[in-house]
Design a protein around this ligand. Structure first.
Ligand SMILES: [Mg+2]
Length: 306
């Protein structure tokens, strides 16, 4: 895990000043012209520390002008779609519910598609996450050996209690369908604490029960992207996944067959991209340059003779 202190302003990625150290991968215009939808990671890609990057709103406006749709996605299931939209609105970005896709929604979509008879769940999750499942028509079993669920769902439960953890372990040990919303072991924070995330809870439950989740949604599982593709009736080559992490955002793009675009406004460096087993299709200083490439690809098509 790389953990770097805040970079001095002079080395922060700027739109035109920063140049990736490694030879930049390129994508031909035809591939870019096929892009009809852009899936955007959030932290490190469109904002950092609760502040939108200067290029974010102009980039989204550009996508709208080009007729390209977009969805924001996050592995964090602890906030419902409504709570996330309010969070984005506070930063000055208005989006609709169908433009946001969380790992909780991916879990709901997976349950509906692969296990349509699973309606009653025992869930370790925040009230906000539970509200999302309730709105999707699921019911919750209580903490009792007499109230048998169809499946256990483990999320990033910041309201976790010992009794409910034990009840989850009980149903997992009884062989119930077991889903995890996201693989993250910790949630990044600038506070003096460690935010124990879903992956660490699942490791604890595996120690207690001997079972790992039957499926773990969230990046890099391609279900996150295939859910978005299904919502918009798109093929993988029509989608670009833009993010700041090689081992989640870009790996998911590869697994889903989408274009993987790494921006250097967050965690990964150009060097990280260069040594990745599955490198990004594009490495760019920020979203702004991706907007430039998409616009150039469309205008080159308009200029070329038919
Ligand atoms: Mg990120």
């Amino acid at each position: 895990m790389t953990s770097l202190p805040s970079q001095p302003p002079s080395s922060a990625p700027a739109h035109s000043a920063a140049t990736p150290a490694a030879p930049a991968p390129t994508v031909d215009a035809a591939r870019l012209r096929a892009i009809a939808h852009v899936a955007l990671d959030m932290d490190g890609t469109i904002y950092k520390g609760g502040t939108l990057f200067d290029c974010t709103l102009p980039f989204l406006q550009r996508l709208r002008t080009l007729g390209i749709g977009y969805t924001f996605l996050t592995n964090n299931p602890s906030k419902s779609t409504a709570d996330y939209l309010a969070h984005l609105r506070k930063m000055g970005l208005s989006a609709s519910a169908d433009q946001l896709y969380t790992s909780a929604q991916a879990t709901i979509d997976h349950l509906r598609a692969a296990h349509p008879t699973a309606r009653r769940l025992f869930v370790l999750g925040t009230p906000s996450m539970l509200s999302q499942f309730r709105d999707a028509g699921f019911e919750f079993t209580v903490d009792s050996a007499d109230d048998e669920p169809d499946a256990v769902v483990v999320g990033f439960d910041t309201t976790l209690t010992y009794a409910r953890l034990c009840r989850a372990a009980w149903w997992i040990s009884r062989g119930k369908l077991y889903l995890a919303t996201n693989p993250d072991r910790v949630c990044p924070t600038d506070q003096p604490t460690v935010l124990v995330d879903c992956g660490a809870l699942c490791a604890l439950l595996q120690t207690a029960t001997g079972r790992a989740p039957d499926i773990t949604l969230g990046k890099p599982d391609p279900t996150m992207l295939s859910g978005i593709l299904a919502h918009h009736r798109l093929q993988p080559h029509q989608c670009a996944m833009v993010g700041d992490r090689v081992y989640t955002d870009i790996m998911m793009a590869h697994r889903a067959g989408a274009l993987g675009v790494l921006v250097l406004t967050g965690e990964a460096t150009a060097q990280d991209a260069a040594v990745a087993p599955q490198p990004p299709h594009l490495v760019l200083p920020s979203l702004a340059e991706f907007g430039d490439l998409l616009a150039a690809a469309q205008s080159s098509a308009a200029a070329s003779p038919r």
